[in-house]
Design a protein. Structure first.
Length: 348
């Protein structure tokens, strides 16, 4: 593994199934790493398994789902050709599992944000014989939108168009940008109320706004500065028309926690992280976790959401909300009337 990717130790963790995370670990946000595969079979024979000199019987036991990986469609892999043992292998399969769980709860859960990271293959892995990823273009991004809509009905989604329409009706202003819409809660706009969006999911883009792998720009191209007709909220920056979701992964350095709190108070939807890969856990560092939970960020991401997951490292590190709750009233901007006990009214 080290010859394929020198960061291999950072991959020494695993996750429960999608259903297991939602049903038993109090997880209420998910993340899928995506690779375009419009023709199919691009990622069906990963480099790591070829370099391991697996026998045919080994491959048949450990190989990726053959038919699934041969078919066209967006694939879900952590690191193509290196870390491929994901809990579901296509975007449609992953989302179908989310939908099945949601419907099993009669769609009474809090809305679930699903982070999507649009990836390309690592150059060092390609140099060793790995595949060269298909580029993310308007067409491949359109395919992701179509796959999401093939699983979820319109009334199961929260989309940028819905947010703008709600704000336009509330304020009487028809030319609001998406950013203006989510910042207009004082006038009746803003994000939907919990009662109106129970049982729904929404999608946010994990890629940085100015990442060298350009995802945001083609996604909002063609007159879609406000994400008109799109399903996914881009990771943007304040002052831009599409600014609704903002990622601030580091809540600890400098004044970052205060910056997150300010963004939350204004009305942006924020994601941060409680930890970085393995080394932070090995050092038993918890300052980042505590800063993340105090920041008011709506999503606090971790690779350790359940008790026992870190035990292999002789650690009891875990990231959970106080009392093991699935959701809580936001410590920054929740109204006084918010009752955390009724955010979800079914037991895990």
């Amino acid at each position: 593994m080290a010859s394929v990717d020198p960061r291999y130790e950072d991959y020494f963790y695993s996750h429960a199934s999608v259903t297991g995370q939602l049903e038993h670990q109090s997880v209420r946000s998910l993340e899928f790493d995506l690779y375009a595969d419009t023709r199919g079979s691009l990622y069906a024979d990963p480099l790591i398994r070829r370099l391991a000199n697996m026998s045919e019987s080994d491959k048949s036991h450990y190989d990726l789902p053959h038919r699934t990986m041969q078919e066209p469609g967006t694939k879900v892999l952590h690191i193509a050709d290196a870390d491929v043992g994901t809990i579901c292998h296509t975007l449609v399969d992953c989302l179908t599992e989310v939908q099945a769980w949601s419907r099993s709860k009669n769609r009474q859960h809090v809305p679930i944000p699903i982070l999507l990271e649009f990836k390309m293959t690592e150059p060092g892995i390609v140099d060793q014989g790995g595949v060269r990823a298909e580029k993310w273009t308007v067409e491949t991004l359109d395919m992701v939108d179509a796959e999401i809509r093939s699983v979820f009905d319109d009334d199961e989604l929260i989309t940028p168009d819905q947010i703008r329409k709600q704000a336009q009706e509330a304020t009487g202003k028809q030319d609001l940008t998406l950013e203006e819409a989510i910042l207009s809660s004082a006038d009746g706009g803003g994000w939907p109320t919990l009662s109106s969006c129970r049982g729904k999911v929404f999608f946010v883009m994990d890629n940085e706004p100015t990442h060298p792998i350009q995802i945001r720009e083609p996604y909002r191209s063609g007159g879609r500065e406000n994400l008109e007709g799109r399903v996914i909220f881009t990771n943007s920056v304040p002052g831009e028309p599409d600014a609704a979701f903002i990622k601030r992964n580091d809540p600890l350095t400098g004044d970052n926690k205060r910056e997150i709190q300010d963004l939350v108070a204004k009305g942006y939807f924020i994601r941060t992280r409680a930890d970085e890969p393995i080394q932070m856990l090995l050092r038993n560092e918890t300052d980042m976790r505590e800063a993340a939970l105090a920041s008011g960020a709506h999503v606090v991401s971790t690779d350790w959401p359940a008790v026992g997951m870190s035990a292999r490292y002789s650690s009891d590190y875990v990231v959970k909300l106080p009392g093991g709750k699935t959701a809580r009233c936001n410590p920054v901007n929740a109204p006084d009337a918010c009752d955390g006990a009724v955010l979800e009214d079914f037991r895990l």
